[in-house]
Design a protein around this ligand. Structure first.
Ligand code: ADP
Ligand code: MG
Length: 238
């Protein structure tokens, strides 16, 4: 499961509307990328889905249930923050265990989930290290591990690779795609990077000033961009 439906979702900060009412459907297991220039509302939209911002109007359904007024912890979604959100004084194991400890999960179940996340992320040999003893890519994998152990219905990523250098970004891109294949869980991924969008997405949502300009597969957008903005942004020949 992991189907997310936004219906006439609107967000204003004071008098300023950053997201006029929009509809969006994210299917179970889909890798959906929100792409658009800085300030177009990608993070706000993701935070609305996560429940970290209240919507001004509209509703959100997760797996067919109205989740509009559910707090983040009850939405069964896991937000992956950038790798610097790790606790530097804790080992990898403790960092990954953190959300489970907060939830009071029993130790045997915690150990099982840590082992399984570490295996999926190739971190088994690093569980006793601290973040300072890891590479940037390994730190990012730990941040993802912390989301995996919650066994969410969907992962929400906000520009998770923006702190990494170009070479590492390519590798992490492939790792996240690989993880999506392994887990088959819905992933919603925010980026301003067209290459990330075109190479990772099942479905791309192109945003400009809070408005969805087009939704489609990378090939759809490349072959049939709806307007100049989409064509220019995606690098399509139109
Ligand atoms: P993106 O992630 O695409 O760069 P954001 O979602 O962060 O864009 O921001 C969209 C718009 O909303 C921007 O104009 C930004 O300044 C504004 N905005 C975001 N958060 C707040 C806030 N808490 N208060 C006021 N304005 C905000
Ligand atoms: Mg942002």
């Amino acid at each position: 499961m992991g189907r997310i439906q936004l219906k006439q979702v609107k967000k204003s900060f004071g008098d300023v509307t950053v997201i006029p009412p929009l509809d969006l459907e994210i299917n179970d297991g889909e890798f959906v990328v929100f792409v658009g220039p800085s300030g177009c509302g990608k993070s706000t939209l993701l935070r609305l889905i996560a429940g970290l911002e209240d919507m001004t109007a509209g509703t959100i359904e997760i797996d067919g249930q109205d989740a509009t007024s559910l707090p983040p912890a009850k939405r069964k979604l896991a937000m992956v923050f950038q790798s610097y959100a790790l606790y530097p004084h804790m080992t990898v194991r403790k960092n990954i265990a953190f959300p489970m400890r907060m939830a009071g999960m029993d130790q045997a179940e915690q150990d099982k989930r840590i082992a399984s996340a570490a295996k999926a992320l190739n971190l088994t040999d690093y569980l006793d290290r601290r973040p300072g003893q890891l590479s940037g890519g390994q730190r990012q994998r730990v941040a993802i591990g912390r989301a995996i152990v919650r066994e969410p219905e969907a992962f929400l990523f906000d520009e998770p690779l923006s702190n990494l250098d170009a070479a590492l970004r390519v590798g992490m891109r492939m790792e996240i795609s690989e993880l999506h294949k392994k887990l088959a869980t819905t992933m919603v991924y925010v980026t301003h990077d067209q290459v990330e969008a075109m190479t990772m997405a099942d479905k791309i949502v192109v945003l400009q000033a809070g408005v969805i300009e087009q939704v489609g597969s990378p090939l759809d957008l490349y072959r049939a961009p709806r307007n100049k903005f989409v064509a220019g942004f995606i690098g399509s020949p139109k």
